[in-house]
Ligand binder design. Structure first.
Ligand SMILES: C[S@@+](CC[C@H](N)C(=O)[O-])C[C@H]1O[C@@H](n2cnc3c(N)ncnc32)[C@H](O)[C@@H]1O
Length: 289
């Protein structure tokens, strides 16, 4: 065994002790980041190249700082995003909802579908749609200036590597309650992963101490922002337009009823994440004309 592999085994044990869920995988990812290699190449790092910064990074992770803040990177569908303090780290469950949106946009008989991503954070959903639906025009809305700076960075970086996306992801500062009145009645699809945690609910330290509060909490039942997103979608969508909104695993029934309670929605559905839990609600706005 190489020195690095021995150190990874020790580090994994330390991460397990403090309750990190996938300790071996995270120790390997941290080692790969510190040594500038792929995870599959760790066995090739010579003993002489062992970098003591590995243990600094493991200490940070032991204090429950998220892996993505330590590496500065988050992976979302086919994207590598920059993340850090002030922005919500994109989650795998949101990839499933984004996939639903991408499939529906590809199936739409619309030359250049117009999309709004309400509460874009790092820009994850908006950029994934721009990447995977090359004719879509995506309006990404974010109220928090710190999060918006990360979105701006990711959009700029992405447009440099994929110039065909230039001018197709528009970042807007503002509250999703009243943003983009100029798009009223014209949007093909509204997608949102808004804050939805009930105030006072328990969350892991990685979340409570590192994700921004504006990305998490939303009233005593966790549904305030979701209700706002529903109202905004009613205003923005064209007849036949679609909405997808993410929610917590226990909120499927409550979020479902936010839609049929208002007249004009049809085909309201609960949709599951990869773990088989209710995770997002979809609906269509009014009857197609
Ligand atoms: C759970 S995070 C999701 C970020 C990103 N869409 C993702 O899935 O990774 C919610 C985001 O919505 C933003 N937000 C919360 N309330 C908002 C509002 N009223 N108007 C605009 N953005 C808002 C937060 O600042 C945060 O960036």
């Amino acid at each position: 065994m190489s020195l690095l592999l021995d150190e990874i085994a020790l580090a994994a044990a330390r991460l397990a002790e403090v309750g990190v869920e996938s300790p071996r995988a995270e120790a390997e990812l941290i080692a790969a980041h510190v040594h500038g290699v792929k995870r599959t190449e760790l066995h090739r790092v010579p003993d002489s190249a062992f970098d003591a910064r590995f243990w600094e990074a493991i200490s940070r992770r032991s204090a429950r700082e998220p892996l993505q803040h330590i590496t500065g990177r988050a992976y979302f569908r086919y994207l590598e995003l920059e993340v850090g303090p002030g922005v919500f780290v994109p989650r795998p469950e949101t990839e499933v909802m984004t996939g639903w949106a991408i499939d529906r946009l590809r199936a739409m008989d619309v030359a250049e579908p117009v999309v709004t991503d309400l509460g874009t954070g790092s820009g994850a959903i908006a950029l994934a749609i721009a990447q995977e639906v090359p004719r879509a025009r995506v309006h990404a809305v974010e109220a928090d200036p710190l999060a918006r700076a990360w979105a701006e960075r990711n959009i700029t970086r992405y447009v440099e590597t994929a110039p065909y996306t230039a001018g197709r992801v528009m970042l807007h500062a503002g509250d999703f309650a009243d943003v983009l009145p100029e798009l009223n009645g014209t949007v093909d699809l509204v997608v949102s992963n808004p804050p939805y945690i009930p105030v006072g609910a328990y969350v892991e330290p990685e979340v409570s101490e590192y994700d921004p509060p504006a990305a998490l909490w939303s009233g005593t039942d966790g549904l305030n922002a979701i209700r706002t997103v529903e109202r905004t979608a009613r205003r923005l969508l064209r007849p036949g337009g679609l909405i997808a909104v993410e929610h917590g695993a226990q909120q499927g029934a409550a979020v479902y009823w936010v839609f049929p309670e208002e007249s004009g929605w049809r085909d309201t559905r609960n949709n599951k994440d990869l773990a088989g839990r209710d995770r997002f609600v979809t609906a269509a706005w009014s009857l197609p004309t």
